[in-house]
Design a protein around this ligand. Structure first.
Ligand code: HEC
Length: 131
């Protein structure tokens, strides 16, 4: 009886461990896919490495927790600067931005949106790792 209990407890522990790894794996997959999406969809205009020069759009290294329109040396549009005061990039704001940038900063100059929720979340998961 005791042996059976021990065995089932062990099994439960193994299963918990396995599903835990599964979640970590899912998160890793999301970041890897997000990196691919970001390279394909954003890298024409943005750079992502530390201290890389901005392109047509600002460098996005460390974007999480960064105030809007604050990349040194980048010439932001008037719309972007007008929207910036007291706003900081987080997952929610990035989601709104990538859905429709005009809802976040009317008159901004980024002519890109990502209408697919799952793809947006992967892009944001990758951006979160850039620090
Ligand atoms: C066609 C060029 C282009 C593409 C493609 C593009 N962006 Fe942008 N992005 C810009 C420009 C230009 C700005 C600055 C807008 C302004 O000043 O009005 C900007 C601004 C941003 C900002 C605000 C940064 C800050 O310093 O406040 C974020 C975040 C951003 N883009 C993320 C992305 C992501 C993520 C993608 C891909 C999913 C993407 N962009 C695709 C051109 C682009």
């Amino acid at each position: 009886m005791n042996r059976i209990r021990n065995l089932s407890m062990m099994l439960a522990a193994v299963l918990t461990l396995a599903s835990g790894t599964g979640h970590a794996q899912d998160a890793q997959d999301a970041v890897a896919l997000g990196k691919k999406l970001t390279t394909n969809n954003c890298a024409v205009c943005h750079t992502f490495g530390k201290d890389e020069p901005s392109g047509q759009g600002p460098n996005l290294f460390g974007i999480f927790g960064r105030p809007l329109a604050s990349e040194p040396g980048f010439k932001y549009s008037a719309g972007m600067k007008a929207a910036a005061p007291r706003k900081v990039w987080d997952g929610k704001l990035l989601d709104a931005w990538l859905t429709d940038t005009q809802t976040v900063a009317p008159g901004n100059a980024m002519t890109y949106f990502e209408g697919d929720e799952a793809r947006r979340q992967k892009i944001i998961a990758y951006l979160r790792t850039l620090h």
